[in-house]
Write a protein that binds this ligand. Structure first.
Ligand code: EPU
Length: 350
């Protein structure tokens, strides 16, 4: 375990916000994590758990101890006639794992290429892209109780996955309540990659790639390359421009509400959901309000994708979490005034 007091978190959040932590503990294995939880500066507090820092906005210095999970390891733990089961340490980079599985000849994660962040963060917000969500490839995970230091396993049903949601995002306020936020930390994740492999190509951007290239039956490696190309073309690389991916969730509305909006805005991008409700593209709503490319202070709206807020100050003069939230609130207000829809931020605001 590595310990530092009054530590800079700038390199540990993809926005590049220059907040500090009263104490930073970096753990590389389960024993180190147990030791960190017993550390005098940690016990008695609910620590802030950090993976790749790709889904947080730090609005000030962090007064509680920060534990950064750096548990590594990737292995094939089981292969049956129906699936490969792989296990990853929570501190592995998600994208490295996607690439590693393909290098082992194991397809199934290709649509989830280039998503920033770590393996441990993937189930927390049930990451998803191009027609696949983590829950579609999930087997189980191991987590550690932050109070007792004991490990336990959860299957998919116990994780209560939803759209960018899981049990790890909910706080239990009374005994027996649903919610593991602040109570547990993920240490290992197991994924089930089904046989035979079936490509997922229903997403518009991927259909377009098939048509443009003339490749009718792409293999997993080809889809991986396409997803990387698509993402690179419209999402900023956090190593070059600080950001936290999509800043707002795509809102869902009732069919009635949507009919009303479509009558006023015939071009609105919307998708029919299985339950009859309708999902709207938050990026389109923000774009329609004229926000693309706009800047407030050092916080900006990315030129190529209005759903992504970026750090325009770089490393030298970085954006503050306050500036990011001021911009986010201004966007929420204008989308609400024009469409009557409340946008909900996707990252965790600390
Ligand atoms: N659009 C605009 N203007 C914009 C941005 C988008 O008109 O500035 C329109 C697009 O033309 C498109 C629609 O909005 O018709 C949706 O945009 P896109 O296909 O880029 O996907 P998204 O809804 O913005 C979601 C996920 C992404 C994921 C992609 C691909 C959420 C909040 N975001 O984005 O996930 O990569 O689909 O599956 O669900 C993330 O969660 O951080 C993330 C990047």
């Amino acid at each position: 375990m590595f310990f530092e007091s009054h530590a800079s978190l700038q390199a540990f959040n993809t926005f590049g916000i220059a907040a500090r932590a009263v104490a930073l503990l970096r753990v590389a294995d389960v024993v180190g994590l147990q030791a960190a939880l017993r550390h005098p500066l940690v016990s008695g507090f609910t620590p802030l758990l950090l993976g790749g820092g790709s889904n947080i906005v730090l609005t000030g210095d962090v007064k509680v101890p920060v534990i950064r999970i750096e548990i590594k390891g990737m292995q094939l733990v089981e292969e049956t006639a129906k699936a490969w089961i792989v296990e990853m340490g929570a501190g592995e980079s998600w994208h490295d794992c996607v690439r590693w599985t393909l290098d082992q000849g194991i397809p199934g994660l290709e649509n989830l290429a280039l998503i920033p962040g770590t393996v441990g963060a993937a189930p927390v917000q049930n990451i998803g892209a191009y027609g696949v969500e983590l829950q579609d490839r999930f087997e189980s995970l191991t987590a550690m109780d932050l109070h007792t230091g004991r490990s336990f396993e959860l299957d998919a049903a116990q994780c209560a996955f939803g759209y960018r949601d899981s049990i790890f995002k909910h706080v239990a306020t009374a005994p027996g309540d649903f919610g593991l936020a602040g109570r547990a930390v993920i240490t290992h994740v197991r994924l089930r990659l089904p046989k035979p492999w079936k490509p997922v190509l229903g997403y518009l951007d991927l259909e377009r790639k098939c048509q443009e290239s003339g490749v009718v039956r792409p293999d997993a490696r080809q889809i991986f390359e396409w997803v990387c190309d698509i993402r690179r073309a419209k999402l900023p690389d956090p190593r070059q421009i600080g950001n936290a991916g999509s800043f707002f969730k795509n809102p869902t509305v009732s069919a009635d509400q949507c009919a009303d909006i479509i009558a006023r805005e015939p071009n609105i991008v919307h998708y029919q959901l299985a339950d009859g409700r309708i999902k709207l593209a938050a990026g389109w709503l923000i774009d329609a309000c004229g926000w693309k490319g706009k800047t407030i202070g050092r916080a900006g709206v990315y030129e190529k994708q209005a759903l992504v807020l970026v750090n325009r100050g770089g490393v030298e003069d970085p954006v503050t979490g306050g500036e990011v939230m001021t911009l986010a609130r201004a966007i929420q207000t204008s989308v609400y005034e024009r469409f009557g829809i409340r946008l909900e931020p996707e990252p965790v605001v600390i």
